[in-house]
Design a protein around this ligand. Structure first.
Ligand code: ATP
Length: 360
């Protein structure tokens, strides 16, 4: 969708929302361009739903401003608050809110009827949208006879058929079982790319965030910690919180001493070029090599291999996650193609070339 003067589809400026003494959102700046899928990701209570509700218009901001397609819809300083129905939005929730007394096509058709679209055009659009969601053969079926996944497909069709300026999705897959979730996740990703639909998508599931998001805003305690492409948020986290939340990276404090670095005040390794004097190193689980039988007793080894012991080894299906104990209480998580026995001694090699430095 094009917006007037090429303005963003959604623009939040310094949004703030409190509930009594609780600041649910603080200084939120967020810009979503037409056709983008912006994910809001974060732990429970970080403010994702509150932000979605401000955009929807079901909540009013305390401060800041919010514009949709270049049109100001919320600005408390001017007493401006446009209701939900004037914002050009559609929503899909965790639990669909379909009308049980209507069949599938009547549910999908409803929004078009409200907008005065004539019956033959309505039929064409409803069937076209149901087809996109592989639901055309269910058009006449009562809602109560559909499975949970089919009902969620109808809810998505109902939201898409009105061609909203912005589609808001609030944990739409969280009530589905793992296999269905996987299937529908890919379908939604293809659907929103094919239709060019702009989406604001709330989830606490990283898999969904990475499968769907053009950008992922990771939230913490009412603020956006980082808003980047999936690749950037994974490879170049801006803080320790982001690194630990996204992909459970190992974060180790380090200090440079000449041509060595000392990790967590205890483990010495040869330094790589470009490391600052001190900071925190983000080492991903896939960037740690485990060498069975290469453990040494020393805490400094010329070949860069640190000694450690396996505390726990967990089979994940396609690989194993190994929890390792190193010298003086330092622990690390690593991936390996095979499992280890508890207590087994291993050599540990960190790929510092791939490590990223963050503030603490
Ligand atoms: P979850 O993933 O668990 O749904 P969330 O990230 O969506 O969490 P919000 O629901 O936005 O978080 O809540 C943010 C904070 O604001 C929480 O501390 C919550 O308890 C508080 N909060 C939200 N709504 C209200 C309300 N109506 N009254 C009081 N506090 C609220």
């Amino acid at each position: 969708m094009q917006t007037p003067n090429g303005s963003p589809l959604l623009e939040c400026r310094q949004l703030k929302k409190t509930f009594g003494a609780k600041t649910a959102l603080d200084s939120i700046d967020l810009t979503v361009q037409p056709g983008e899928c912006q994910v809001l990701l974060g732990p429970s209570g970080c403010g994702k739903t509150t932000l979605l509700n401000l955009v929807a218009g079901s909540l009013q901001a305390d401060a800041g401003s919010l514009s949709i397609a270049g049109q100001l819809v919320d600005d408390p300083t001017r007493g401006m608050h446009r209701p939900m129905q004037q914002r050009g939005l559609a929503m899909v929730f965790q639990h669909h809110s379909l009308w049980p007394h209507m069949n599938v096509s009547q549910n999908v058709e409803f929004g078009l009827k409200l907008r005065g679209v004539d019956p033959s055009e309505r039929h064409k659009q409803v069937m076209g949208t149901l087809e996109r969601l592989q639901m055309e053969e269910f058009a006449e079926r009562p809602i109560g006879t559909l499975s949970g996944g089919q009902q969620q497909r109808v809810a998505i069709a109902r939201a898409l058929v009105v061609q909203p300026r912005l589609l808001l999705m609030d944990e739409p897959l969280s009530a589905l079982d793992a296999r269905l979730k996987e299937e529908l996740k890919s379908e939604i990703a293809m659907l929103i790319r094919d239709t060019g639909q702009t989406v604001l998508y709330v989830t606490h599931d990283q898999g969904e965030a990475f499968a769907l998001g053009d950008r992922i805003a990771l939230m913490s305690d009412g603020r956006i910690a980082q808003n980047s492409t999936p690749e950037a948020i994974y490879q170049t986290p801006s803080s320790r919180f982001v690194a630990e939340f996204i992909g459970s990276a190992n974060v180790l404090a380090f200090q440079r001493q000449g041509d060595e670095i000392v990790l967590e005040d205890t483990l010495r390794m040869a330094a790589t070029n470009g490391l600052p004097a001190s900071g925190h190193l983000v080492v991903r689980r896939e960037d740690i090599d485990l060498c069975p039988g290469e453990a040494t007793a020393a805490n400094k080894t010329p070949n860069g291999i640190l000694p450690g012991a396996v505390r726990h080894s967990r089979f994940l299906g396609d690989r194993h996650e190994i929890l390792l104990d190193l010298e003086r209480g330092v622990s690390l998580r690593a991936f390996h193609r095979s499992g280890f026995s508890c207590g087994e001694k291993v050599g540990i090699r960190l790929d510092l070339q791939r490590a990223h430095v963050v503030r603490g």
